[in-house]
Design a protein around this ligand. Structure first.
Ligand code: GLP
Length: 236
């Protein structure tokens, strides 16, 4: 693991975006694994800027997102599809058909999950996977559990995750109680992983994930087994 500590969120965003930009420049038809939450917003702002300035071309890029809330379709402002359109896809020259977010409205989530894993496989796997980290150590929506889950799957959100994500909704009651998330199989198969964490409140869980025991109780700790992980932590 490479651990980079920076002072400010702007530095985190610049360095994180630079890593993704390097991937796009080196392999214009790469597959980007993308994440939601507040942490990646600054990275996406840089990518939009560099695309507008003609530095980055997304015309051949494909993307796969980590997760989606159950019951929210892409027109819901708190859905992760909406987030991705609003923060990135609508502002860069990526083709709509090349962007993939798991559906939160599938009738059969298990079937949708295995189709999603097959899709990632058929794209040749992810070249770089961007991850945030939840306060309970979740990545995507892989919550602490007694075992790691491989496939894309349905998950019950932990009360602490619902509370943490309530800031995006009018109240905690409105936060969906379930989500569909890429599992550890597709996350760990990414050729490179970039995990970002912003601020003191994430420090403890990040250190436990990076240097503590590898356990499904801290889902991000599985990343210690991946050969190419970069962590960017901002102290701000
Ligand atoms: C959500 C997402 C995660 C993200 C986490 C942290 O739960 N499913 O992918 O890492 O939020 O979000 P934030 O960056 O806002 O702290």
């Amino acid at each position: 693991m490479k651990f980079i500590t920076v002072k400010t969120y702007d530095e985190l965003s610049f360095k994180g975006a630079s890593m993704i930009a390097a991937q796009v420049i080196q392999k214009p038809n790469c597959v980007l694994g993308l994440a939601t939450g507040s942490s990646p917003v600054g990275i996406y702002q840089n990518l939009v800027k560099w695309n507008r300035e003609g530095i980055l071309d997304f015309s051949l890029v494909k993307s796969v997102n980590l997760d989606e809330y159950i019951g929210l379709d892409g027109s819901h402002p708190q859905s992760y599809r909406y987030f991705m359109q609003d923060n990135l896809f609508d502002h860069i020259n990526i083709l709509p058909e090349n962007t993939h977010v798991p559906s939160g409205c599938a009738e059969d989530v298990a079937k949708e999950g295995s189709e999603y894993d097959n899709l990632i496989e058929s794209l040749g796997g992810t070249d770089i996977q961007l991850l945030g980290i939840g306060l309970d150590g979740h990545i995507g929506f892989n919550e602490p559990a007694d075992h790691f889950v491989g496939p894309t799957h349905l998950v019950d959100l932990h009360p602490s995750t619902i509370e943490a994500n309530a800031r995006f909704f009018n109240s905690a009651d409105e936060v969906p109680k379930q989500a569909v998330t890429m599992g550890m199989y597709s996350i760990m198969r990414a050729r490179k992983i970039l995990i970002i964490a912003n601020g003191e409140k994430k420090k403890d869980i990040l250190l436990r994930a990076c240097y503590g025991p590898i356990t499904p109780e801290v889902p991000a700790s599985i990343l210690q087994l991946h050969p190419d992980v970069t962590v960017i932590f901002s102290e701000e």
